[in-house]
Design a protein. Structure first.
Length: 621
């Protein structure tokens, strides 16, 4: 059991670089292309699939020209979040080969470093991360530091990792300070690292996340002190860990071993007895089943020790049977079906929070399963495949609707075509052009001759006609005094009418020219519409045929992809179930080892008892 002390610190101090959620794009504050803004809107709503597909459509139609590089960075990041490393690498490499801005280039190098790290290409990742400049946004800068520290710790260069973390750590970055403390301890600077972790272990905690981090810091300090042979100091650290927290079982186990190191087995029994009564699904609880009889043996209570070892064997047997039940339930699909019932998220690319565990024979076995990174990634891939399957089925239904829409359009076109052709036959755009030319020539003559009467309105034309008739009648009348007076009145009225028309002539001429300009502008539009109408009569049926062919091609493509998605999802579910089962089977292997240790201890106790009995017999003889 004590051999595990050296690995506890390594387990609880693992620094993980985020790999599932794509980082937010750091574009300019002003969005100049609305379609790029639409992609960002869906991105920040965590609708990553909608954001990606909409962005790719906009790029296809050249709608994000003013954000071309930013759009490519966003697309590459989304590809990366879906695990499409090859496609993402091509995008970022293409950006770096071009004339990308320093900010875009820094993000491209960062993503290349991240891709290389995820694929296990650590030298390439280090080379890429070394090319990053000073233009990363704050969120990516913090992730770059963690990635660089992870790379350094991957080759056991803890001193360099601590230096990187120390340069970027701020008082508010609790997790970075925790990782810095662990890196300092593992690099040999135990005092500095312990001081940093001790500060975290004593800090006030307003939320569960901070309290959990505080427990981890104290647990790391406790086991570090045990490794350094300082059990009394280890007990002080471990006493700070909450009894109802996630780290309480490990803390109780460590506290017991610290007391055992001080040759105080009676004191060690206190935490170990508490731990032994907890859920046997936890590895620390299973170890406590061996630690308790060990402490009784150290106290000389061999009978109690033997009874406790036998109880431990019974616990291991029951837990092994429970594990068999959980493995059978997992392989029957109950775990995945339960998680899918809880996780009803619509889009792919994100493992959502699980607030309610699925119904299982022994729910306590789910914690180590759900904590496995391989299981989480496998389950996320399963969610993605199921989303793609649902998306294909939805588009299959949508294609039927599109066929109906296309059929309605065909029928409407055929119904309206005769009326349109009849009306088109009545239109003579060429004749209209000739009439416009004649009107333009007449207007030029009117302007040249100052022919105000030509622009008279209807009332004036009626009045002029009446005057002409009166004047004709007056001319044929006798030369009487009344006739002369009538002719004089006609002359005066005609002069007044001519004066009125002359006064209105400039305004009427301007209005006539304005109307001619509007006609000149509208005539090409009428000609273009007539040509478009003629083309539509020929081209629209061809468009209908093209749409029908495209719908048919998409339908055949969906028919080809849908079975593949269904089969892949089924195979992925089996793989995820086996990953979950493997976690519990490893627990069974540990149980087998614990059982062997318990049987060996029982045999040793029997040997001691027989040896003591033989010695008593010899003394009596």
């Amino acid at each position: 059991m004590r051999r595990k002390f050296a690995t506890v610190l390594r387990t609880i101090a693992a620094t993980l670089v985020a790999a599932t959620a794509p980082a937010a794009p750091a574009g300019e504050a002003t969005i100049r292309d609305p379609h790029y803004g639409d992609a960002l809107f869906h991105f920040y709503q965590e609708h990553y699939f909608t954001s990606l597909t909409g962005l790719m459509v906009s790029q296809h139609f050249d709608r994000v020209r003013q954000h071309a590089d930013e759009a490519e960075v966003l697309r590459g990041g989304l590809f990366l979040s879906y695990g499409l490393h090859r496609e993402a690498t091509q995008i970022f490499t293409r950006l770096l080969d071009g004339q990308a801005s320093p900010a875009v280039a820094d993000r491209a190098w960062f993503y290349l470093a991240k891709i290389s790290y995820q694929r296990g290409l650590l030298p390439q990742s280090e080379q890429a991360i070394g090319r990053i400049g000073e233009r990363l946004p704050p969120a990516l800068q913090e992730e770059r530091v963690l990635l660089q520290a992870q790379l350094l710790m991957g080759r056991a260069d803890y001193a360099a990792a601590a230096k990187v973390l120390a340069a970027a750590t701020t008082p508010g970055s609790r997790f970075a300070r925790f990782n810095l403390g662990v890196a300092l301890i593992r690099s040999g600077e135990t005092a500095r690292g312990a001081a940093l972790l001790d500060e975290l272990g004593r800090s006030a905690a307003a939320d569960e996340e901070t309290r959990s981090l505080r427990d981890r810091a104290n647990l790391a300090l406790g086991f570090t002190s045990l490794q350094d042979g300082q059990p009394q100091q280890a007990r002080g650290y471990l006493e700070r860990v909450r009894l109802d927290g996630m780290q309480s079982n490990k803390a109780l186990l460590g506290f017991g071993w610290a007391a055992a190191e001080q040759q105080q087995p009676k004191l060690a029994l206190v935490p170990w007895m508490e731990l032994a009564g907890r859920d046997a699904g936890d590895a620390a609880v299973l170890e406590a089943q061996l630690a308790v009889p060990h402490a009784f043996g150290e106290l000389g209570a061999l009978g109690q020790s033997l009874r406790r070892y036998e109880e431990a064997l019974a616990v291991y047997g029951r837990e092994s049977g429970r594990l068999d039940q959980s493995v059978a339930s997992i392989r029957a699909g109950h775990l995945i079906d339960g998680l899918l019932a809880v996780d009803r998220g619509g889009e792919m690319g994100w493992f959502r929070r699980i607030d309610r565990l699925p119904e299982m024979p022994h729910a306590g076995h789910l914690a180590p399963v759900l904590a496995e990174h391989a299981f989480q990634e496998g389950f996320k891939n399963l969610l993605d495949l199921l989303f793609l399957e649902r998306n294909l089925r939805r588009w299959k239904d949508n294609l039927d609707a599109l066929r109906d829409m296309l059929g309605n359009r065909r029928d409407a076109f055929a119904e309206r075509l005769p009326a349109v052709r009849a009306r088109q036959a009545t239109l003579d755009v060429g004749g209209l052009a000739a009439r416009v030319d004649a009107l333009a020539a007449e207007l030029a003559r009117i302007e040249a001759q100052d022919d105000a009467s030509a622009l008279a309105d209807a009332r004036e034309r009626e009045l002029a006609g009446r005057l002409a008739r009166v004047q004709a009648a007056a001319e044929h009348a006798s030369d009487s005094t009344d006739s002369a007076a009538l002719r004089e009145r006609v002359r005066r009225i005609s002069g007044a009418l001519a004066w009125q028309q002359a006064e209105q002539f400039p305004a009427r001429l301007w209005q006539a020219k304005k109307a001619m300009r509007e006609i000149d502008a509208q005539l090409p539009q009428a000609r273009a519409r007539a040509e478009a109408l003629a083309r539509a009569q020929i081209g629209e049926p061809a468009n209908f045929d093209r749409f029908a062919a495209r719908i048919g091609a998409l339908d055949r493509r969906i028919d080809r992809l849908l079975p593949q998605a269904t089969e892949l999802a089924r195979a992925q579910q089996v793989e995820v179930q086996e990953l979950a089962a493997a976690v519990l089977l490893r627990q069974k292997e540990r149980l087998a080892q614990y059982s062997s240790q318990a049987r060996f201890a029982i045999a040793r106790l029997y040997d001691q008892a027989h040896l003591a009995a033989d010695n008593r017999d010899e003394v009596s003889r």
